[in-house]
Write a protein of this length. Structure first.
Length: 448
């Protein structure tokens, strides 16, 4: 397959279909756990807390680690579900670059809200498969986690663009050069991610989807959102409390070969499953503006493909008859959302995770000043005043930490004395109890 933008011919092999070839993603997953779970399982985890949400203002004391002993560590994660130290489980599917950048930040954000987050790592594919993979992986102790807005890189090496067939960079020129081959290419790319998730469910489904976890969510970011949107597995979907798609539009575009493949969960899941879609309104890949890759490819009548491009999942949710769906666009925002709209994003995620079946018009994250509902789609500002949370991929200490969403009850399981202690240790006063959940508890109160 010739890539004119990169002036390179890429040989794309067939994808092995034996699901046992794909256990590596779950066996090398990156895991974020809440502070309460870390306190409870510190003897098994070792080290010290190494994972904080955005500072100043966000939760601290969480733990981030790479799976290294799958049998023992998935058993431990199952025990966490029984212990009550977490509000639920989030399975996070990362974007093209792996468990880096925003995919890592989402783990810090959601573990700070009280959720265990497991991110199967597609880039841990062994070199022997010859499809993708970064080579050497960092050990937990070697991962730099201090900069919430940074790369949060868990890899010792990289897979450069087209060094391997599925280490790719999306460019319209490459797609339009040979649409039939590119359609075959994106289907094979999806198949890799699908088989990784199949392997995770087949191998660790009893630990993650049995009776231990009462609340399970599937969250996808970018390529991971495309995968999460298309994917259906009866064992997983019968357990899901909700589906979250960040940076994906649920419509026929260059990322799939036909319109049927754009249907959420292949149109096989229950339409009572709550669904949330969050996008930058001018997403450079999937947005409705003429300059996006999706719109550029769809508009080319001789070499392109794709349907009507809207840039979000509203049309798909409506057409498929989902009973509880919420779609949010951030005007002026491209594909990367949290670097400018971290406050708005976390508040929306908090509301959805706390009560996914609720009417989103009642959510504090959406009924605030700065959000409007237009033709079934919320349009929201950043809720950050004149300071952006991230400047040149470095956390901005001047940016406010605003949380207007709802926390699940398990994330605020503290006594009045605990709350007073938290206020005292953080030098705070006044009556704003929601802030207490985002402060560091004094030693001895965590885990109650």
């Amino acid at each position: 397959m010739y890539m004119p933008y990169h002036k390179k011919t890429v040989a794309v092999p067939a994808i092995p279909l034996n699901v046992t070839n794909y256990t590596y993603a779950a066996d090398n997953a990156m895991v974020s756990i809440p502070a309460k779970c870390y306190d409870m399982y510190q003897a098994k985890l070792g080290l010290t807390p190494n994972w904080n949400d955005r500072q100043p203002g966000g939760p601290k004391g969480m733990f981030y680690f790479r799976i290294s002993d799958p049998a023992k560590e998935y058993e431990m994660l199952s025990e966490m579900g029984q212990s009550g130290c977490a509000c639920g489980l989030v399975i996070l599917l990362h974007g093209t670059s792996g468990v880096t950048w925003q995919s890592g930040s989402y783990g810090a954000m959601l573990s700070g809200m009280g959720y265990v987050v497991i991110a199967p790592d597609s880039h841990s594919m062994p070199a022997s498969m010859g499809l993708k993979g970064v080579g050497k992986l960092k050990k937990t102790a070697d991962i730099a986690t201090a900069n919430y807005c940074g790369k949060l890189n868990p890899y010792e090496e990289t897979c450069g663009t087209w060094e391997l067939p599925f280490c790719y960079s999306t460019q319209a020129d490459n797609i339009l050069n040979d649409r039939q081959k590119y359609q075959e290419y994106v289907e094979r790319n999806y198949m890799i991610r699908k088989l990784e998730l199949d392997a995770m469910v087949a191998t660790y489904g009893s630990e993650l989807l049995g009776s231990t976890w009462n609340r399970v969510f599937l969250l996808g970011r970018s390529e991971g959102a495309m995968t999460a949107g298309r994917y259906f597995n009866p064992m997983l979907h019968q357990k899901l409390s909700g589906l979250i798609l960040s940076g994906w539009s649920c419509e026929f575009n260059y990322f799939m070969s036909c319109a049927d493949h754009a249907k959420v969960c292949g149109d096989q899941c229950a339409k009572t499953m709550p669904v949330l879609n969050i996008n930058g309104k001018v997403d450079s890949y999937f947005g409705a503006q003429d300059s996006s890759v999706a719109a550029t490819v769809a508009a080319n009548t001789t070499h392109g493909y794709g349907g009507h491009i809207t840039g979000n999942c509203h049309a798909a949710f409506t057409a498929q008859g989902f009973k509880t769906s919420t779609v949010v666009d951030f005007p002026g925002v491209s594909h990367s959302i949290m670097y400018s709209h971290d406050n708005a994003l976390r508040s929306i995620l908090g509301d959805f995770l706390a009560d996914p079946a609720s009417d989103s018009s009642t959510w504090g994250s959406l009924k605030r000043q700065g959000c409007t509902l237009d033709a079934g789609i919320y349009q929201c500002d950043a809720d950050s005043g004149d300071q952006v949370p991230c400047v040149s991929y470095v956390t901005n200490p001047a940016a406010p930490f605003n949380f207007r969403g709802q926390l699940a009850g398990c994330a605020a399981s503290m006594t009045c004395g605990d709350v007073k202690g938290i206020y005292k240790s953080n030098g705070c006063c006044g009556a704003a109890p929601v802030k207490a959940a985002f402060m560091t508890a004094p030693k001895g109160t965590a885990g109650r």
